[in-house]
Design a protein around this ligand. Structure first.
Ligand code: PMP
Length: 360
């Protein structure tokens, strides 16, 4: 009975791992294929110096901050490193929204953690749905002026794979200039590098950008993300972050990933994923039972199928895990596939082929 009122009805975020790890009690030798969390299929090899482990780590290790600032084109003081972009989302809500009073604005279908973080903090969630073509509904968004403290925009957007037109983001930044932060979640920006807003921090004092090493950098396992914003905003976020948020091994691995060698490797991997994505998309579009939905600006593909549930069950029975997005607003019957490596994508396509052959 001591549980906070706002947590009582909350269901924990159904992360891709949480959904299937427990149900995976199959004893056969089949190797599971994880194409449900938009991770990278590549296993990178980084090493750790364990001599450093007896000491607390730096809160904001400069060996990580400096190379990331240089990579993103911002200065060191415009950057915060945290446990994934997910922690950045929560820190922003904790620092800029008063519980029980303030609200954020989200534009679904979009990434689920903005709403969950707000709800766990007892902060309200207002909604301006994306238009049928998944562009922002600017008129609807504008009606929330003075009603919300943060507007979350995801570009490229998970799960629609669409990038938001820069003019639309600028309209939102201008409209909320004096009243709200506009957070542009660029978790997938490396797959559509042309549209970053990182270069516009000086122009828009209310702009915040989220980034991560979990996607293109193939490091979802280390939990390392970045918040880019003007110095005053970063200063405020430092008030709410934990004293030692960056475990020493995480900082060491991030530093290697951000070296010239690490960046070159990432670029190559992004190219490979883009090639695989094009092939996968082409192959999927040939199935009469599949309708591609949205765009392919990130490392995943969204599609609609009237046989969504049967297809999903069939894939799961073969330990091929993709993500059901059908509960998201306007995404009835939609499934999302993360682009895997050559073998994984071929395996997936052969299973889908088998499934539709068995239906006809
Ligand atoms: N933003 C978006 C749009 C995402 O899809 C994800 C991960 N699925 C995140 C943020 C969280 O990234 P991280 O692993 O850095 O917490």
């Amino acid at each position: 009975k001591l549980v906070c009122e706002n947590l009582k009805a909350l269901v924990p975020y159904e992360s891709a791992r949480r959904l299937f790890a427990a149900s995976d009690n199959n004893q056969d030798a089949q190797v599971p294929v994880w194409l449900n969390a938009n991770e990278s299929p590549f296993a990178n090899e980084y090493s750790i110096d364990s001599d450093l482990l007896n000491r607390y780590p730096d809160c904001q290790p400069s060996a990580v901050i400096k190379p990331y600032a240089s990579y993103a084109g911002v200065n060191n003081k415009q950057l915060l490193v945290s446990r994934g972009a997910d922690e950045g989302i929560e820190l922003l809500i904790r620092a800029f929204c008063t519980p029980g009073k303030d609200s954020i604005l989200i534009c679904p279908p979009t990434y689920g953690m903005y709403a969950i973080s707000a709800e766990t903090c007892n902060v309200g969630v207002d909604v301006a749905l994306l238009k049928p073509d998944f562009s922002l509904d600017i008129e609807a968004i504008k009606t929330f002026k003075d009603k919300v403290n943060i507007v979350f925009i995801c570009s490229p957007n998970n799960p629609t794979g669409t990038s938001v037109a820069p003019q639309q983001i600028e309209q939102v930044l201008n409209h909320f200039a004096d009243s709200a932060l506009v957070v542009v979640d660029e978790a997938y920006i490396e797959f559509d590098a042309t549209c970053t807003f990182a270069t516009k921090l000086a122009e828009y004092p209310n702009l915040v950008i989220l980034r991560t090493l979990s996607k293109a950098f193939a490091l979802a396992g280390i939990r390392c993300g970045f918040t880019l914003a003007n110095e005053a905003i970063i200063h405020t976020l430092l008030k709410v972050i934990a004293p030692y948020p960056m475990p020493q091994p995480v900082a060491q691995i991030a530093e290697q990933a951000l070296s010239a060698k690490g960046l070159a490797l990432m670029t190559l991997q992004v190219e490979t994923i883009s090639d695989e994505k094009a092939k996968l998309k082409q192959a999927l579009s040939n199935f009469p039972g599949i309708e591609l939905v949205g765009d392919d600006k990130a490392n995943f593909i969204l599609f609609r199928s009237a046989q969504k549930q049967a297809l999903m069950d069939f894939l799961v029975s073969h330990k091929m895990f993709i993500r059901d997005q059908s509960k998201q607003r306007n995404l009835a019957n939609c499934l999302r596939i993360t682009v895997g490596n050559v073998e994984q994508n071929q395996h997936l396509l052969s299973l889908i082929k088998q499934f539709f052959a068995s239906q006809s």
